[in-house]
Design a protein around this ligand. Structure first.
Ligand code: PMP
Length: 370
């Protein structure tokens, strides 16, 4: 049988694995930080209406610049982000993964490097590899906060072209203080200057504010966002960024023409009409997230402070400790995530009933262990 490595694939792809969170059919799935609430029926109806309208024009290419959608996204950011942005500051693509890919195609690429502070979102490294950008794994403290001095040093030494800062961070859940982001931006400008991408995929779940106001006067800063989490629309595939208009112009050099289908644009516009309802679910999830933190601690687990819709808990000692625990939780019908952070697992906040099922499973696990 022919394997990948028998093909003339690029050297840097040899022996590598694709991104692969398990998609298992189990009763309680709390492993990919999805929103557990299905879209409300009035929104489903509105999507059908908007898509029906779009379908009548599917013989034509979609609006290549997605102007209406970007205008509505800009309004959403202005309303919630304490910073006014316009259509010229916003760009959208198929999930924030594609936004990140376009940024790396524009500012990274062969002969260039990107840095992230790990553990963090694994796709930053994978998309770097996919775009031929060298990946540098920057440090973090034991408690998963960013070690500012070490991070500044890593930037000064490596002079990366792109710096990723994920806040709230995935998989650990903690937010990065704005002062740290500012200091890293300054370090990146002094070293190169380089682009700093603040990945705010989970910002709507945070106790703190978005870093959008930092965009003022910082043309090398980008804030990336997604409708996959707070908007409960992971299946839609819609991500976006806010930045200086020059960045929006620059990514258009690499985007495929008509990358956002008319169906995607119509669906996203319908979802944006229901922002208030969807953000109501976010409030419920924040309450559930805080409950998970408290209950996990009460059971006796260590828990990393969370500003996201998921919680990192541990510790599971011994070789393969976290993977063994992951399997035992799965045996009880609950799928959580083993992100490969030794000793720790991650659980996404689900509905109250799903979270109860998870807490029952880990309570039993703890009893077994003691
Ligand atoms: N950034 C972070 C930090 C994430 O955790 C995720 C999804 N897991 C993404 C970006 C990508 O999200 P999407 O492509 O669905 O917008």
């Amino acid at each position: 049988m022919t394997g990948i490595d028998d093909l003339p694939v690029r050297d840097e792809l040899r022996g590598k694995s694709p991104y692969g969170a398990p998609q298992l059919d189990v009763p309680v799935r709390l492993n990919t930080n999805e929103n557990p609430y299905a879209l409300p029926e009035p929104l489903v109806e509105r999507i059908v209406e908007r898509v029906r309208e779009a379908a009548r024009n599917l013989n034509r290419y979609p609006d290549r610049d997605a102007v209406e959608l970007r205008t509505e996204l800009a309004k959403y950011l202005t309303k919630t982000g304490k910073h006014a942005v316009g259509v010229q500051n916003v760009w959208a693509a198929n999930g924030s993964n594609e936004v990140i890919q376009q940024l790396l195609q524009t500012f990274g690429g062969p002969g260039r490097t990107a840095i992230g502070f790990e553990p963090s979102y694994s796709m930053h490294g994978l998309i770097s590899r996919g775009t031929g950008t060298g990946w540098i794994s920057g440090p973090r403290n034991e408690d998963f906060t960013i070690d500012l001095a070490a991070a500044e040093q890593a930037i000064a030494e490596n002079k990366p072209d792109v710096v990723f800062i994920t806040t709230p961070n995935n998989p650990t859940g903690n937010a990065v203080p704005p002062e740290t982001v500012l200091a890293l931006y300054e370090a990146a400008q002094a070293a190169k200057p380089s682009m700093v991408v603040v990945d705010e995929a989970y910002i709507e779940f945070s106790h703190g504010d978005s870093l959008l106001p930092l965009l003022e006067g910082r043309p090398n800063l980008v804030v990336s966002r997604t409708m996959s989490k707070a908007f409960g629309a992971a299946g839609l595939r819609l991500g976006y960024l806010a930045a200086d208009p020059a960045v929006v112009d620059a990514v258009q050099l690499v985007r495929l023409p008509y990358h956002l289908s008319a169906v995607t644009q119509a669906t996203a516009l319908a979802a944006l009409e229901h922002t208030d309802t969807l953000l109501g679910y976010v409030e419920q999830l924040k309450t559930e997230r805080d409950r998970l933190v408290l209950e996990l601690r009460a059971i006796g687990f260590d828990v990393t402070e969370s500003d996201a819709n998921f919680v990192q808990f541990g510790r599971f000692d011994g070789e393969n400790g976290s993977h063994t625990a992951w399997q035992k939780i799965l045996d009880r019908g609950v799928l959580v995530r083993d992100n490969g952070v030794p000793g720790w697992l991650r659980v996404s906040a689900g509905t109250p009933a799903e979270n109860d099922a998870f807490l029952d499973a880990v309570r039993e696990l703890k009893k077994e262990q003691s």
